[in-house]
Ligand binder design. Structure first.
Ligand SMILES: Cc1ncc(COP(=O)(O)O)c(C=O)c1O
Length: 444
């Protein structure tokens, strides 16, 4: 179908050339888009165009302040429209999905139900309040039956789940889930971090009450995310970031500080907002809007099938799946390779082939432990706009080489991560001095 369409997916910023341990240089094959996606070119251009006008927002009378304020508020409208927000819904700019879900967690006036297959961002914010973690069953049908049963007594205020999983990319039937949740008198929150970059998400049409996403996964890596949804809980919640801009008025009487808090979104956006991040996110929404219904999903489906068909021909490679009856997925594929530690596979792909993938448990420890039946984690390849057939073929060739002939270089666990034992690559191409991350992050 895509050949008949005249609109193409928007271009991303060009991939850099990266060094290999063997001395050559190759175009970087970024197959880690589920973690962070490269910016769309139009996002980079939009931010560059805005930078000369960048100034304080809301309280500045200067020309640039007025331009910046208008850009921020226009960005709010654009993101809300892209996501099918209802009249009266609020768009709160946050740092990312994690931040948005933490804000929602502080706003829910009751118990929360989530699945145990969630990314930690949609699991850990709920555990300090009344909550129930529902195990994801081996099928979606069974999971939905379990959900219906768990909601039967009407004791939950909110059900929250990922529209697309960050381990297997499998999609959940959101309209059906919204029906189940609403019938039980609860609201539905969707972690759309992996869904929104790849499929149209429409709050009004789907019946989603709250949605969280991250700009850096939506081809707009300038540090903004959003929580979009119904106003009443957000207006009644304690301010997410107490400070300037979040209040209408503040008076003191000795030690007593009296605050009249602003309604959402300002209530939750204390301090100077990330105007460039919001503008970048809005520009990504504008660029994706004409392609997100058909062109982008078609492009990604073709590549996903190429990847899955290819992986099926590599001996010892086992893609993971959460639900045996899932019928659709975004381009996220986690897999294990017999006799090869995931971290070593990822180090090999980077060092000998210039391919970026993710290894570990992807901040979804309970799910990955269950699907792998081990504590070892997996390798994850993820694709999107900007991914090419050549990227996929390079990954498949590299995996075939690994499973047939083995790696050409030596690797060992160094400072907690698999790495080449000798690494001649210049890992400081910007000349800033090399720093190593000492935090294990989610992969550990
Ligand atoms: C499904 C899902 N939810 C939430 C997050 C957290 O996103 P962020 O780190 O941008 O807050 C991620 C990140 O990978 C994710 O994949």
């Amino acid at each position: 179908m895509s050949t008949a369409l005249s609109v193409r997916p928007p271009a991303t910023a060009p991939a850099p050339t990266v060094p290999l341990v063997t001395g050559e240089s190759v175009r970087y094959a970024n197959l880690d888009l589920a973690a962070s996606a490269p910016p769309l070119r139009s996002v980079v251009d939009h931010v560059a165009e805005l930078l000369p006008y960048y100034a304080s927002v809301h309280r500045g009378a200067g020309y640039s302040s007025q331009v910046s304020t208008s850009v921020l508020e226009r960005a709010r409208d654009t993101v809300g429209r892209f996501l099918g927000a209802r009249p009266g819904d609020v768009v709160v700019f946050t740092r990312n999905t994690t931040d948005a879900l933490n804000l929602l967690a502080a706003s829910v006036p009751g118990a929360v139900l989530c699945l145990d297959s969630e990314h930690h961002a949609n699991l850990l914010p709920w555990v300090d309040g009344p909550h129930h973690v529902l195990p994801a069953a081996p099928t979606i049908a069974q999971t939905l039956d379990d959900l219906r049963a768990a909601l039967r007594d009407g004791s939950f205020a909110l059900v929250t789940l990922a529209g697309a999983g960050n381990v297997t990319g499998e999609l959940l039937p959101l309209p059906e889930i919204a029906g189940i949740v609403h019938a039980a008198g609860a609201r539905l929150a969707v972690d759309a971090a992996q869904l929104a970059p790849h499929r149209r998400v429409d709050l009004a049409a789907t019946g989603i009450d709250y949605l969280a996403l991250s700009g850096h996964k939506l081809y707009a890596p300038y540090g903004a995310g959003v929580l979009v949804g119904r106003r009443d809980w957000l207006d009644a919640a304690p301010p997410h970031l107490a400070g300037g801009g979040a209040s209408h008025s503040v008076t003191t009487d000795g030690n007593d500080v009296r605050v009249e808090w602003a309604p959402a979104p300002q209530r939750h956006e204390g301090g100077t907002p990330n105007v460039l991040g919001a503008a970048a996110l809005a520009q990504a929404c504008r660029a994706l809007d004409p392609v997100i219904d058909e062109i982008a999903p078609e492009h990604e489906r073709a590549l996903l099938h190429r990847l899955l068909d290819g992986l099926a021909t590599v001996p010892g490679v086992h893609p993971l799946r959460t639900w045996s009856d899932s019928t659709d997925r975004v381009g996220v594929v986690a897999f294990t390779v017999d006799h090869h530690a995931p971290g070593r596979v990822a180090a090999y792909l980077s060092a000998e082939h210039g391919i970026g993938v993710r290894d570990g448990k992807f901040c979804a420890h309970p799910l990955v432990d269950r699907l792998t039946g081990s504590n070892e984690g997996a390798v994850r390849a993820s694709i999107g706009i900007g991914t090419t057939a050549d990227d996929i073929d390079r990954l498949l060739d590299a995996l075939r080489g690994l499973t047939k002939r083995g790696a050409r270089w030596d690797y060992a666990v160094i400072d907690g991560r698999w790495a080449p034992t000798a690494d001649p690559r210049d890992l400081d191409p910007l000349g800033l001095g090399r720093a190593t991350a000492d935090a294990p992050g989610c992969g550990a």
